[in-house]
Design a protein around this ligand. Structure first.
Ligand SMILES: *Cc1c(COP(=O)(O)O)cnc(C)c1O
Length: 384
């Protein structure tokens, strides 16, 4: 049998679509003008950014002037939190509410703000990986300047009750931010209907290239720049724009957010076959995160008696790309803070496997994983 290649790590990054690449190429070749220049070469680049801004706004129910292009999801998260903190500080509000299983872009920014004298409450998810709106409400104080809760978790795929949480924040007059990097393209998002004040998204999780993202901030939100310099992005994000990547994001975001329910239904069927297949063919395995309130392509399974890193190496030898329950940052082998937050001990967290599939995967991919994984797990367990 020919060696197969199965990419099942779409929460880490997605394959840029041909449409994204086609949208980029002109700006890498002939249309290299600086969007701030007055001649037509520059104006064409500026026009491409304008078009992308309109497309992004339309995709999430925002207005173009509420869209700020950034270098990615991490920057958007940093800017949302630091803007809210600086703005809150002016009014004597130095308390932030977030959750224990946010992306590090949020958690590390919170830690930085704590060192600067802010108070942060980290609301814990329950054992299914769900945040209770009541717990958010109970954490609010008179000096709370921001609530930040991710839309869907990047490791266990659990989907949070964002609309309810946004409603609570609105009633209490507290700014609400959501990291929607994993949600865009998988859940219908309308920032106005859902009452979201700020939202982060990233290009490379939705078939655009790496190095471009978006901060949505409702008109009137006090946004401060992280990068000082020129007046790009209405003075909120200096630096000559990444025109090619922005154009690519603008070209693909419409497709990413349309037909969500049909597309996710097909992926969900593959996901369920994968979950059921693994749980039934490999003893001592369990699903991490709620089964129902879960992203269409997310599988995260604790496999007792194995080490995630060795599992990933053996899967790679079989041509399968996946992730484990160890923190991916700086090649450290700390157990995932997400899995710890839902109550897994260190061993079980490190022995967890994340497979994230999407519409580019096929039923044959699922068959192949279900053929290889049990063999590999038995081999690893036999080595103990
Ligand atoms: C990938 C990811 C980010 C970071 O986005 P980048 O564009 O890689 O900086 C932030 N939050 C979540 C939930 C993510 O999955």
């Amino acid at each position: 049998m020919d060696k197969k290649f199965v990419y099942a790590d779409n929460a880490a990054t997605t394959k840029p679509s041909p449409k994204a690449i086609d949208a980029m190429l002109p700006f890498l070749y002939e249309e290299y003008g600086n969007p701030s220049s007055v001649y037509s070469l520059g104006m064409r680049a500026a026009k491409a950014i304008l078009k992308a801004r309109e497309n992004v706004a339309a995709a999430i129910g925002a207005r173009p002037q509420e869209i700020y292009f950034t270098s990615g999801g991490s920057e958007a998260d940093n800017q949302a939190l630091r803007s809210a903190a600086l703005s809150g500080e002016k009014k004597g509000k130095r308390h932030i509410v977030t959750t224990a299983f946010e992306h590090h872009a949020v958690l590390r920014t919170c830690e930085y703000l704590q060192r600067r004298g802010f108070d942060v409450t980290y609301v814990k998810p329950d054992s299914r990986g769900l945040i209770s709106p009541c717990d958010i409400e109970a954490a609010l104080r008179d000096d709370t300047c921001l609530v930040s809760v991710m839309y869907a978790n990047n490791e266990i795929g659990t989907i949070q009750p964002i609309e309810e949480i946004a409603g609570i924040c609105k009633a209490r007059g507290v700014l609400f931010h959501t990291d929607a990097v994993q949600a865009v393209g998988h859940i219908d998002i309308d920032v106005k209907k859902q009452g979201i004040d700020m939202l982060s998204l990233s290009g490379h999780k939705i078939f655009a290239p790496k190095g471009v993202g978006v901060l949505y901030a409702k008109s009137g939100t006090d946004i401060s720049p992280l990068i000082f310099g020129g007046s790009q992005e209405r003075g909120k994000r200096a630096g000559t724009e990444n025109v090619a990547a922005i154009a690519a994001l603008g070209a693909v975001i419409g497709d990413a957010v349309s037909g969500v329910s049909e597309r996710t239904q097909r992926v969900r069927a593959m996901r369920d076959r994968l979950i059921d297949g693994i749980l039934s063919s490999i003893p001592d395995t369990r699903l991490n995160g709620d089964r129902e309130r879960r992203l269409d392509g997310n599988v995260n399974i604790a496999i007792d008696g194995i080490e995630g890193e060795s599992l990933l190496l053996m899967l790679d030898m079989a041509g399968i790309c996946a992730s484990s329950g160890s923190a991916c940052e700086s090649a450290s082998l700390d157990p995932s803070h997400v899995l710890k937050s839902i109550g897994l001990d260190e061993k079980r967290a490190k022995g967890s496997l994340r497979l994230t599939i999407n519409e580019l995967n096929s039923d044959e991919d699922i068959d192949y994983i279900l053929e290889k994984l049990p063999e590999i797990v038995s081999r690893l367990r036999a080595l103990r």
